[in-house]
Ligand binder design. Structure first.
Ligand code: F0G
Length: 320
């Protein structure tokens, strides 16, 4: 039976005996060596593969804690604003717990597969005519009215759950790496990593990687113009590195082609920073979401499909 993240890290989490554990078997994700990319970039690279979580992103680490606590506190409904992954995770854990979920997404700006996933999971999905930041503002007001529990990373239980990724990495490596590199959207995950390091008494640098054009990047998961955790990221000591979409796409494709790991574009931001020398030594890059989350982006950037007759000679020729 797969171990619930809350059971594995119970002592580190704000849960008690009365907390009902709402789990889909999250966490305990693979930490993969990346020999070819290590050689290319002159580092010892490890990939924390968070796409292996139940809904395909690291959000499940925080959502299991946030939804479990919402149930404990008697909530009937949760709400979030999302660029897609928080949406799918909130929908899944709410369904698991028998809660209603309301999801606000910026109109026309979320990967179609994430929306389909969220709808299948039974959330009420509302496209907001506005940006992610505006949707988040509305969600916060509704949560303050007390009808819905906010499950964005402003919810401290989300951040608490997300800390566990760092614990897993340090346990598995038998110590701290020389650096962590993670994408920077709203900054909740950077805040969580910094909190985990503080807990462990480590001062390992975090390279927090944002898209150069935050409002328009192809990496739609991190298309957030005004990161809500910016002050905490600034005071966390994380080093913020900015990468272009071209660098993100190059890193994204190299992860798939050289290491066999298909993540979503935003997840490649950490590697894009490593590629330009932002971290040295033993580096852990967290790949935050699965590539199947954004098949439209993949379709646009992957090599073309060939077409052949069912003729072995023609196939042999075309396959060369
Ligand atoms: N990677 C992925 C795959 C994400 O979905 C997100 C954020 C990030 C990185 C950035 O993390 O916001 O903690 O700095 N996604 C949110 C969402 C905004 O709604 O799914 P962050």
């Amino acid at each position: 039976m797969s171990l619930a993240l809350i059971e594995r890290y119970r002592s580190l989490l704000p849960v008690g005996d009365a907390t009902p554990v709402v789990s889909l078997g999250e966490g305990s994700t693979p930490l993969l060596p990346a020999p070819r990319l290590s050689e290319r970039h002159g580092v010892e690279l490890w990939l924390k593969w968070e796409g292996a979580n139940p809904t395909g992103s690291y959000k499940d680490r925080g959502m299991t804690v946030a939804v479990s606590k919402a149930v404990e506190e008697g909530a009937e409904a949760v709400i979030c604003a999302s660029t897609g992954n928080t949406a799918a995770s909130a929908a899944a854990y709410a369904a698991r717990a028998g809660l209603r979920a309301v999801v606000l997404v910026p109109e026309g700006a979320v990967a179609a597969a994430k929306l389909a996933q969220t709808r299948m999971l039974g959330a009420r999905v509302l496209e907001v005519r506005g940006s992610f930041d505006e949707a988040l503002g509305a969600a916060r007001v509704l949560a303050e009215r007390g009808t819905h529990v906010l499950v964005n990373s402003l919810n401290p239980y989300r951040v608490a759950g997300q800390k566990t990724a760092v614990h897993e990495i340090v346990e598995e490596l038998g110590g701290a790496p020389d650096a962590f590199a993670i994408p920077y959207g709203g900054g909740g995950n950077t805040t969580a990593y910094a909190a985990a390091l503080a807990e462990l008494g480590l001062d390992t640098p975090i390279v927090s990687v944002e898209a150069a054009d935050r409002a328009r990047t192809l990496a739609s998961a991190i298309r957030i113009a005004e990161p809500v955790h910016a002050p905490k990221v600034a005071s966390s000591g994380a080093r913020v590195v900015t990468v272009s979409d071209e660098e993100i796409v190059a890193a994204w494709r190299s992860l798939a082609e050289l290491e066999g790991v298909f993540c979503e574009p935003s997840s490649a931001a950490g590697l894009a920073a490593v590629a330009r020398g932002a971290a040295v030594g033993r580096v852990v890059v967290t790949l935050t979401g699965h590539g199947l989350k954004d098949v439209v982006a993949a379709d646009r950037h992957a090599p073309p499909v060939g077409t052949v007759d069912p003729d072995p000679d023609a196939i042999a020729e075309a396959a060369r």
